[in-house]
Design a protein around this ligand. Structure first.
Ligand code: ASP
Length: 605
């Protein structure tokens, strides 16, 4: 049976007062239903005694309806009305009446009517809940997670889950219409190459061997393309055993896609349509497409990050050449050590107090800077403890490079190029928020393209793939495999919304020889490649189509769509920051017998 606010359920079948049956949901009745005999069932939201009558707000996922009980009818009715407590489930049959003038509740969809019960029964009792099931209440995060099913009865989580459902349905409809097939890929599989730690599942039937839970269906979706499936998608759980920084979950959901015979442009067009449908379904927002592109290099130089928030300016600029002309030792030393001086203009920052300046300096230090140099631009000139080390013409040049005007503050980091990006990129964001420069209503989408293919890992002393080892280099860069692999660019693209990466993917390598070159560049020897990915390499020898794809982070997209602070708020049963489930108390010990069957021994030394 499908209940919906707009759908009258079959009243003939349902109007009988049977146990657990209802004719309408608690969000359905309107003034036009006046006079109807109805049966409702729902949770007791609130109960008010009003001189002889008891008013009950009956609640379900669809809404709240006011039911009026008359304890004076008979002893049973009296007993029932007084036994009712919050979160009991009550079933009530009665007539829909228009509320008396002056008592209409405009805030409620059902606020014009009430139901006078002539028959009612308690279907289920409830202990006193650990928090009041009200919208305004804010129970602690731990209590909300432990009693997730009660949290679900409050409005926000239920609405978020409903919205998530609509977003998924819109995605499925759209992709289906474009000829995509939703194909399930294994959850018990071999380690995949997304670079995080795997969750492992020991095999009982092959003692000493393990499955890995997929970090993504990457290899399988590529095999689906070799298998001629042509267009694949899956709304799929992925697992990454990472230290849970920021807002991450050990299991999360991707909208995963792969297409054959496409280039970057075609993938982007399909994705823009997909995101457009999802935003339309969730928020009735029509997006402007195509989304603009920004190169990785541009994003780093101008915003310090590879997922720039373009809702506001405050761009960074390199000023090393000008800084080289000054006498300020910190700048000179950084440049002599092969570093760079990079800065940005903070609008209105000339008005910052000493304390403000101390605060942002400390923030920069926490972000990894050795310090933060600053110069105020005032109507009279420059004001700063370091201004004396600069000629005015140099300061004018720097001001111009940063686009600073009178009233602004110029801040600088002198450090390695990487550290400069990291510190200023993060500082830009936090100042943008603090100074109210970010319009919360704006949706700013941008594709980041032209990523480097490889990144040098100083610790491991070898190149690692920036995306993953199956991402194709740009064809014109292939010769660099032998000469300068660090300079190679990838056929990869990330979709960024308001400074969050919401999706990323690439055109893949589909030729065995190129894949071999890639492994060589990553110092993955032939044996290791065969052992880890031999099945994919072999598949490439049987007519592999050119292909490419992407994966979107569904949780993050839904969090943005609902304005949620955390992806936890759009996941039915999320884990804590420490990766635990407070509701089921997982992870938990297992019986020694289970370990024995798996041939495992505990060693907590
Ligand atoms: N497998 C990649 C990921 O999970 C996405 C892709 O390249 O399609 O990040």
């Amino acid at each position: 049976m499908f209940y919906n606010n707009n759908l009258l359920v079959n009243e003939v079948v349902m109007s009988d007062f049977t146990r657990h049956a209802r004719t309408h949901t608690c969000g359905q009745l309107r003034a036009a239903d006046e006079g109807k005999e109805v049966t409702l069932v729902g949770w007791v939201h609130r109960r008010r005694d009003h001189g002889g009558l008891v008013f009950v707000d009956l609640r379900d996922r669809f809404g709240v309806t006011q039911v009026v009980l008359n304890p004076q009818i008979d002893a049973a009715a009296h007993e029932l009305a007084h036994a009712l407590r919050a979160e009991f489930i009550l079933q009530a049959r009665g007539k829909v009446s228009h509320r008396p003038a002056g008592t209409v509740n405009e805030k409620l969809d059902t606020g014009e009517i009430e139901v006078y019960a002539d028959h009612a029964q308690i279907i289920s009792q409830s202990k006193t809940p650990p928090f009041v099931i009200e919208e305004g209440e804010t129970p602690s995060e731990a209590v909300k997670l432990k009693y997730r099913y009660l949290e679900m009865r409050r409005g926000p989580l239920a609405r978020a889950l409903e919205m998530r459902h609509r977003v998924c349905m819109a995605a499925r409809r759209y992709l289906d219409a474009l000829g995509f097939l939703e194909v399930e890929t294994p959850m018990l599989t071999k380690s995949t190459p997304e670079g995080a730690r795997d969750f492992l599942a020991p095999s009982r039937l092959s003692p000493g061997k393990f499955f890995a839970l997929p970090q993504s269906p990457q290899l399988f979706k590529q095999l689906l393309m070799v298998g001629g499936m042509d267009r694949y998608f899956q709304i799929v759980k992925c697992f990454r055993d990472e230290d849970l920084r920021a807002d991450r979950q050990p299991e999360f959901t991707q909208i995963d896609m792969e297409m054959s015979f496409v280039d970057e442009e075609e993938v982007r067009r399909v994705c823009e349509g997909l995101i457009g449908e999802m935003f339309m379904a969730a928020r009735a927002i029509k997006l402007d497409t195509p989304f603009p592109l920004i190169s990785y290099a541009d994003a780093m130089n101008r915003f310090g990050v590879d997922r720039p928030d373009l809702r506001f300016g405050m761009e960074l600029a390199g000023v090393s050449a000008l800084a080289a002309q000054c006498e300020f030792k910190v700048f000179k030393d950084a440049l002599a050590g092969g570093g760079a001086v990079r800065g940005m203009a903070v609008p209105g920052g000339a008005a910052f107090s000493r304390k403000d300046l101390e605060d942002i300096t400390n923030e920069a230090i926490q972000l990894g800077a050795k310090g933060l140099a600053w110069i105020k631009v005032t109507g009279e000139g420059y004001q700063s403890p370091i201004a004396k080390f600069f000629q005015t013409a140099t300061l004018d040049g720097i001001r111009e490079a940063l686009g600073a005007g009178a009233g602004d503050l110029m801040v600088f980091v002198a450090d390695s190029v990487k550290a400069g990006y990291a510190v200023l990129g993060a500082l830009r964001l936090s100042l943008g928020h603090r100074l109210g420069l970010i319009d919360g209503a704006k949706l700013n989408f941008v594709w980041v393209v032209d990523f480097p293919l490889l990144e040098y890992d100083e610790e491991e002393k070898r190149y690692v793939a920036l995306h993953h080892p199956f991402t194709s280099p740009k064809l014109e860069d292939i010769a660099l495999f032998d000469t300068d692999p660090g300079k190679m660019r990838a056929r990869a693209y990330d979709l960024v919304l308001n400074g969050s990466e919401i999706g990323g993917g690439s055109i893949r390598i589909h030729q065995r020889e190129v894949q071999d070159m890639m492994f060589r560049a990553l110092s993955i020897g032939p044996d290791e490649a065969r052992e880890k990915f031999g099945f994919l390499l072999e598949a490439f020898e049987f007519g592999a189509p050119p292909h490419g794809g992407i994966a979107f982070g569904l949780d993050r997209i839904c969090a943005i769509l609902t304005g949620a602070e955390s992806i936890r708020d759009v996941i039915a049963f999320p884990k804590t920051q420490k990766g635990a489930c407070l509701l089921t108390d997982a992870p938990s010990e297992v019986a020694p017998r289970q370990l024995k069957e798996l041939g495992l021994k505990r060693d907590l030394s």
